[in-house]
Ligand binder design. Structure first.
Ligand code: DGI
Ligand code: FE
Ligand code: FE
Length: 387
């Protein structure tokens, strides 16, 4: 019986890890292949927003689930403190007496092997399976392999493998900039964004793709228009354009849902409704949209609130809230009379634009014989002083 062990911090596990595992499975054909994420000890400085051990385990399960016969093991995560491979090997030897244990590692780990804790014990108990890069110095590897074999009776297998050009630390940095979606499996990336790990900002093209199925055909141009208008206003008013883009992309995410579904979502999220809201499903999508955006994409409170208040407005809004309200009202496909004046005002004074927008909205509702919702009225009563 052959058991392969592929350890690492997997913070986060990326496509390069998955590729390496695939190459090792193919070359070693082990009976069991264990991915063993290390426990990152609590005293080690962890970057802010790093996933905890349990979450990292879950990310690994997602990252490696496409590879047949690979198991993610919580052996080291369950063990407190620093994770020594030798301790893990002790346990596996006890559990699987007589099995051949293969330690899967990259070239750098291999060449520094003599600095590992209890490395001689590891050489006695395990075969080393080294994923060697094409650009590696072949002779250096062969020489080191021969030395370990001659001096310590080691068993070393060199597995040719060209790794994908990526590293976890580089990816963490990219994620903070709204990049890196192409380095992770879709499931891992989705989980990172939803949970806000590594301070990740969503990749906007990924977000557009993910939200497309939620939009009815006649909403697509509107939502794209809100996004671009919100980004422009954000740049103009010193607000974060990425945040504005996220709010714009997500603001109508539940608009297509029928009243019944809206009410179901309100129940699910514990949203309390008054009679006016219950009677007017057009008002619900701002509330359910904010909740769904948080559940699916882990949006910040600022983005949540911008979506939450985009339909009615409210007194004393944040810059982002005003931007989304006004972008929704003035994006390029809107063509009601007075829209040009409102567009111009958005670039001059956001509060006056709110006053005008709310006034026009209320006039329009009155003309159509619709009741004015109290949030809309409260908002207007706050902003009318800027008129
Ligand atoms: O979702 P959009 O169509 O892009 O725009 P929106 O979120 O502003 O929603 C507009 C709808 O909301 C429109 O059908 C009118 C309705 N609405 C907004 N404020 C009020 C309102 N309806 C009533 N009855 N009262 C309001 O105060
Ligand atoms: Fe809306
Ligand atoms: Fe909208």
């Amino acid at each position: 019986m052959r058991i392969a062990i592929y350890g690492g911090s997997f913070n986060p596990p990326h496509l390069g890890h998955a590729e390496a595992a695939r190459a090792a499975v193919t070359a070693l054909k082990p009976d069991r292949f264990l991915i063993v994420p290390t426990n990152i000890p609590p005293h080690k400085e962890l970057e802010e927003n790093s996933p905890g051990p349990e979450a990292r385990l879950e990310l690994c399960r997602l990252a490696f689930r496409e590879i047949p016969d690979v198991e993610v093991s919580d052996l080291e995560i369950r063990r407190e403190g620093k994770s020594y491979t030798a301790d893990t090997v002790d346990i596996l030897r006890g559990e699987f007496p007589g099995a051949e244990l293969c330690l899967v590692m990259g070239t750098d780990m291999f060449l520094s092997f003599r600095s590992w804790y209890r490395w001689q014990y590891l050489l006695e108990s395990c075969t080393l399976a080294v994923l060697s890069r094409e650009e590696d110095d072949r002779r250096e590897l062969e020489t080191f392999k021969a030395a370990l074999e001659a001096e310590h009776g080691a068993r070393v297998l060199l597995i040719p493998h060209t790794p994908l050009p990526m590293s976890s630390s580089e990816i963490r940095e990219k994620l903070r900039l709204g990049l890196g979606a192409d380095c992770l499996s879709p499931e891992v990336y989705g989980c990172v964004i939803r949970c806000g790990f590594y301070g990740a900002k969503p990749d906007l093209s990924w977000l557009r793709r993910m939200t497309a199925p939620y939009l009815s055909a006649d909403r697509v141009a509107h939502v794209a228009g809100v996004e671009s208008t919100a980004v422009r206003l954000a740049a103009h008013w010193g607000e974060d354009p990425d945040r504005a883009a996220v709010a714009g992309i997500l603001h109508d995410i539940t608009k297509a849902l029928k009243r019944e579904k809206q009410l179901k979502l309100c129940e699910k999220y514990g949203i309390m409704l008054d009679n006016a809201e219950r009677e007017n499903p057009a008002l619900l999508h701002a509330r359910t949209g904010a909740e769904l955006a948080r559940e699916l994409f882990g949006v910040s409170d600022a983005v949540y609130d911008a979506i939450r208040w985009h339909t009615t407005g409210k007194p004393d809004m944040t810059v982002l809230e005003k931007i989304i309200y006004l972008a929704d009202y003035t994006e390029p496909t809107r063509n009601f009379s007075g829209v040009e004046e409102l567009r111009a005002l958005c670039l001059e004074d956001l509060d006056r634009a709110m006053a005008l927008g709310l006034k026009m909205s209320i006039e329009d509702l009155r003309e159509r014989g619709k009741p004015i919702f109290h949030d809309t009225m409260d908002a207007y009563n706050w902003y009318k002083k800027y008129n």
